[in-house]
Design a protein around this ligand. Structure first.
Ligand code: FCB
Length: 472
């Protein structure tokens, strides 16, 4: 498929304007869940519900980043980050999800952004990384059309507050997870298991993206860039009926978002596959025009590939789709698609390590959307790290990152307009349904003491940023 060494261990160089940075999300790192007027989010409710998150972990304290923002900013400087992707907790800004603005919440992000700018780090702000105000969920959450309008209101508030200081605005992070894990499988908050609800949420998230982008552009103008971050599923065929299986999952996972957002239409095969679940009557006249807004850059999150085939109806059905199994299905109308075990090596999430998937994805996106610049907004790996004598020797993460950087560099060589690479994550943090059991950071966090220890991967990354090259 690609020329050159197949193991992605060759050397690579990056231009000076290629943006290297790291990413986090509000609920995963901030803590201070009940401070300074923050309202309740669906992740507070979900994590407090027994059985939802491993060991009953919650984001109440997390990395205590809310109180340690200054020293965390210094850490970013130490790592020589050029960009920092963070998310804003909507319930800090509007505790009930609408109306009244909580100025203390706005103030926190304002100080964070000033701190980044003082250190020469570009702020990349995500408006929604899954912490929906609980009061909106009580009215139906993303199954309620009004949530998209509330999101646009919130986007305008943030645009007014930080507009002139943000480099890139991202409306949503991984709406696939919000819709299908939140309302389909139930593995994520709010933990609902309904195919119809999941598809309704898909549409309202798309609508929120369109309305939010329009509001931001209206308030902020062309000084900033606008984007959305999607987690693309890179698919492999695994036997019986795999062409159909791949097409179905591609439609639900990828084209359900790129279709309306980037082409102004839902794919016909998606509507057909899901007809037994919904007639899509929640798509109102004019919605597709509202959703289809120009963006400046597409955020790409990539971790691993997925191998699928159709279930033959006889052998036990396999569901190795890499997400915590919670009973419901994240694939409405295509529950007969099997996700089968893939070849290793694996990360601590059980996700297979496949840098070729990243190269393939970037090339494919740039072929599908030739005018649209791309940015890797998340890539990284969890391993069972330990601090030994003050050091975290995470050679596996260094190897993972290095091979994915080389994959990105190869994509650039093949003509992809890739603008940057943000490593997930700056800090070990609350990994959703897995709680604190999975460590993705390039900086280790001791959850007892909140001590930060830069891992070998962090030092390695700083050197790549400094030298713009990976040596063989
Ligand atoms: C992505 C999420 C991010 C993090 C990584 C591991 O799906 O956007 O918050 O949990 O996975």
């Amino acid at each position: 498929m690609t020329s050159g060494s197949p193991d992605y261990r060759d050397s690579a160089t990056f231009s000076d304007d290629f943006l290297f940075g790291s990413a986090t999300a509000s609920y995963q790192i901030e803590g201070a869940a009940r401070e300074d007027g923050r309202g309740v989010s669906i992740w507070d409710t979900f994590s407090a519900t027994p059985g939802r998150v491993v060991h009953g972990h919650t984001g109440d304290v997390a990395d205590d980043h809310y109180h340690r923002v200054d020293s965390d900013l210094d850490l970013m400087s130490r790592l020589e980050l050029e960009a920092y992707r963070f998310s804003i907790a909507w319930p800090r800004i509007q505790p009930t999800g609408s109306g009244q603005v909580n100025e203390r919440g706005v103030g926190f992000y304002s100080r964070l952004v000033d701190g980044l700018l003082e250190r020469g780090i570009k702020p990349i702000a995500t408006l929604y990384h899954w912490d929906l105000p609980q009061q909106l969920e009580d009215r139906g959450g993303w199954t309620d059309r009004d949530t998209a309008y509330r999101f646009a209101e919130y986007a305008a508030i943030m645009g007014e507050a930080l507009g002139d200081r943000i480099d890139t605005w991202t409306t949503l992070n991984e709406p696939w997870c919000s819709a299908y894990l939140g309302y389909g499988s139930g593995a994520h908050a709010p933990g609902i298991q309904s195919g119809r609800a999941a598809l309704t949420a898909v549409h309202h998230l798309n609508l929120a993206h369109g309305l939010g982008t329009t509001e931001l552009r209206h308030v902020v103008g062309d000084a900033a860039k606008y984007s959305v971050t999607l987690n693309f599923h890179v698919l492999r065929g695994g036997g019986y009926g795999d062409d159909d299986a791949m097409r179905r999952i591609d439609a639900l996972a990828n084209r359900a978002f790129t279709g309306p957002m980037l082409r102004g239409e839902y794919p016909a095969d998606l509507l057909e596959d899901t007809a037994p679940v919904t007639d899509w009557a929640f798509v109102k006249p004019g919605d597709l025009e509202l959703i289809h807004q120009p963006i400046d850059v597409l955020g790409v999150n990539y971790y691993s590939t997925a191998t699928v085939r159709l279930w033959d109806g006889a052998s036990p059905r396999q569901t190795a789709d890499g997400h915590k199994n919670s009973g419901g299905s994240p694939w409405p109308g295509s529950e007969h698609v099997e996700f089968i075990e893939q070849e290793g090596p694996y990360t601590a999430m059980g996700w297979n390590i496949a840098p070729d998937g990243l190269e393939e994805l970037l090339v494919s996106l740039s072929e599908q959307f030739p005018e649209l610049p791309l940015m890797i907004t998340e890539n990284g790996a969890a391993f069972d790290d330990e601090v030994v004598d003050g050091r975290v020797a995470d050679a596996e993460r260094v190897d993972y990152l290095r091979r994915h950087f080389v994959a990105a560099s190869r994509a650039i060589d093949r003509g992809v307009d890739l603008r940057g690479y943000l490593v997930w994550s700056l800090l070990d943090n609350f990994e959703w349904a897995y709680g604190y059991t999975k460590r993705f950071g390039i900086v280790h966090v001791d959850y007892e003491t909140q001590e930060r220890t830069v891992k070998d991967s962090g030092e390695w990354f700083a050197e790549v940023i400094r030298t713009r090259r990976i040596a063989e």
